[in-house]
Design a protein around this ligand. Structure first.
Ligand code: GLU
Length: 435
C-alpha cells in the first residue's frame, strides 16, 4: 500500500535494474518473503548528494559526492569511500546494498552504506600540469588531491562519522592515507576503519584482510572439490590491495598464478609468476610496465583456461559480451559485482561456478568490524587474531550456505538467501517493515 511518494517519485528518477535487486527478488520468492517487504529491504534509507568545493593547489574544484545509507537494522551503516571518475548515485546505492548483505552474511553487527566521490584525477592532473601548478608525478598529485578531497568531505559529513552513525572505510581509490584524514578531524578511533598502522585504534592486518579472505575462500573451495593447491592455477584482474594480497597468499600456498592484469596492461607466465617479485616491481612503478614476462590484456585473461579466475578490480567486467569466452572452472569475485546478472546466467549454463562477492571479499569488512569493536572496547588485537577471526567468520558463513547448496542452490543464491533472511528477521523483530 502506498501512502505517499516513494523515493523514485520524490527524486523523479528510478534505480536501473541491478544485479543485487534481481537476486534479492528471486531470493525473496524462494524464502516466501512478501514482495512488499523485499522491495523495502532493497531500497536505501537515506541518500545524500553533496557538492564538494575542494581547494586543490590554489584552485577550487567542484566535485559531486554522495553517501547512501542503505540499511542499519543490524548495526551502524558501514562501507567504504569510493573515489573514481564514473561513480554515480545508483552505483553507490547498489554498493551500499551489497554492504548490507555482506555484513548480514558474515553475521557481524553492522549495516550497509557507501560513499562515492566522482573525480577524474588523471584529467585534473593534466590540467594542473598545463597550468604549471604541479609538475611532479601523478601518484604524488593524487595523494595530495585526495587528502584535500577527504578533508572537505569530512567537513561536510563529519557529523555522520563522529556520531558513529555511518562508519567509512577504504574502497576503490581510497586507503589508509585517506582514512587518517577522517580520524584527524573526528579524533575518534571508532569513527572510521582502515586507519594506518600506529594510529589510535588501528588493526594489524586490516590492509591485507580482503585479499586474505579471498585466499581463504579459494582454499576452502579447493578442499571442497578435493583439489590440491599446487595442482591449481589462477589468474587475477587487479593488483591493488585485494588482488596483490590474494596473489601472494595463493602463491604462498602453492597455487600457480599464470596471469595478472590491471587497467594499463598485464603479464603472463604459464609456468607461474613470482608474485612477490611482481609486487616489488609494481610498488616501484605503479604498473606491470617493464616487468620481464609476456604481456597480457584483461580480455585474454578472462579467456584463460585456469581453475580460478579472480576479477579483483572493478564491477561489470564479465558481461553478456564476454562470458562465453570464460574457460575457468570457478570465478571468484574479489571485486564487488564484477560479473553482471546476464553473465551469471550464461556462466551457469557453462557450468562455471561463482564464489560471490558478498562472501569472497568480506574479509575487509570483517576486519573493519574488529577494528571498530577494538576502538570501542579499548582492547588490542594482534595480526594472528585478525586472521583467525576472518577464518572463523568464513567458516561459519560457509556452513550457513552449505545446507542451502545441498538443496541445489548456487553459492550466489545461498549467500543472498542467508543474508536476506537475517536482515528480514531483524527488521521484523524491530518492527521496521510496513504492515
Ligand atoms: N570497501 C570494502 C567493501 O566493499 C570494505 C568496507 C568496510 O570495511 O567498511 O567491502
Amino acid at each position: 500500500m502506498k501512502f505517499g511518494n516513494t523515493l523514485e517519485d520524490y527524486v523523479h528518477s528510478s534505480e536501473p535494474h541491478t544485479r543485487s535487486g534481481m537476486l534479492l527478488l528471486e531470493s525473496a520468492r524462494r524464502l516466501r518473503i512478501r514482495p512488499d517487504d523485499a522491495a523495502e529491504i532493497i531500497k536505501p534509507y537515506t541518500v545524500y548528494i553533496q557538492r564538494l568545493p575542494v581547494p586543490i593547489m590554489g584552485r577550487v574544484v567542484n566535485l559531486i559526492s554522495g553517501i547512501v545509507l542503505h540499511n542499519r537494522a543490524r548495526g551502524p551503516y558501514k562501507g567504504g569511500i569510493r573515489i573514481a571518475k564514473d561513480v554515480d548515485i545508483w552505483e553507490t546505492t547498489e554498493l551500499a546494498r551489497l554492504m548490507t548483505l555482506k555484513t548480514a552474511l558474515a553475521d557481524i553487527d553492522l549495516g550497509g552504506g557507501k560513499s562515492g566521490i566522482s573525480i577524474d584525477l588523471r584529467a585534473l592532473y593534466a590540467a594542473m600540469r598545463r597550468e604549471k601548478r604541479f609538475l611532479g608525478e601523478f601518484r604524488e598529485f593524487a595523494r595530495i588531491a585526495k587528502a584535500d578531497i577527504i578533508i572537505e568531505f569530512t567537513d561536510q559529513f563529519g557529523w555522520l562519522f563522529s556520531g558513529r552513525h555511518y562508519i567509512p572505510a577504504p574502497d576503490m581509490g581510497s586507503g589508509a592515507e585517506e582514512m587518517v584524514r577522517i580520524y584527524n578531524a573526528t579524533l575518534d578511533p571508532a569513527s572510521v576503519t582502515g586507519k594506518p598502522d600506529g594510529v589510535e585504534g588501528w588493526l594489524p592486518g586490516r590492509t591485507e584482510a580482503t585479499g586474505y579472505g579471498v585466499w581463504y575462500a579459494v582454499l576452502k573451495d579447493m578442499e571442497r572439490r578435493g583439489l590440491a593447491p599446487d595442482q591449481c592455477t589462477a589468474a587475477i584482474q587487479g593488483f591493488g590491495k585485494v588482488g596483490m594480497h590474494a596473489a601472494t597468499a595463493l602463491q604462498g600456498s602453492g597455487v600457480r598464478i599464470v596471469g595478472l592484469t590491471d587497467l594499463t596492461g598485464g603479464i603472463y607466465d604459464p609456468g607461474g609468476l613470482d608474485t612477490l617479485d611482481v609486487a616489488a616491481h609494481y610498488a616501484r612503478h605503479g604498473s606491470f610496465n617493464g616487468y620481464k614476462a609476456r604481456s597480457l590484456t584483461s580480455k585474454r585473461l578472462f579467456g584463460l583456461r585456469v581453475d580460478y579466475l579472480i576479477p579483483a578490480a572493478t564491477g561489470h567486467v564479465i558481461h553478456a559480451g564476454n562470458a562465453d569466452r570464460v574457460q575457468a572452472r570457478v570465478i571468484v569475485e574479489g571485486a564487488n559485482m564484477p560479473v553482471t546478472y546476464d553473465a551469471m546466467k550464461i556462466l551457469m549454463e557453462k557450468n562455471v561456478d561463482i564464489i560471490p562477492d558478498i562472501y569472497a571479499n568480506a574479509g575487509g569488512v570483517i576486519a573493519s568490524n574488529l577494528e571498530f569493536r577494538q576502538a570501542l572496547g579499548g582492547q588490542r588485537y594482534t595480526l594472528p587474531m585478525t586472521f583467525a577471526h576472518i577464518r572463523e567468520r568464513f567458516d561459519a558463513t560457509y556452513d550457513a550456505m552449505k545446507s542451502l547448496m545441498k538443496k541445489g542452490r548456487t553459492m550466489t543464491e545461498a549467500s543472498i538467501d542467508v543474508a536476506l533472511q537475517r536482515v528480514h528477521q531483524t527488521m521484523t523483530e524491530r518492527d521496521l517493515l510496513s504492515r
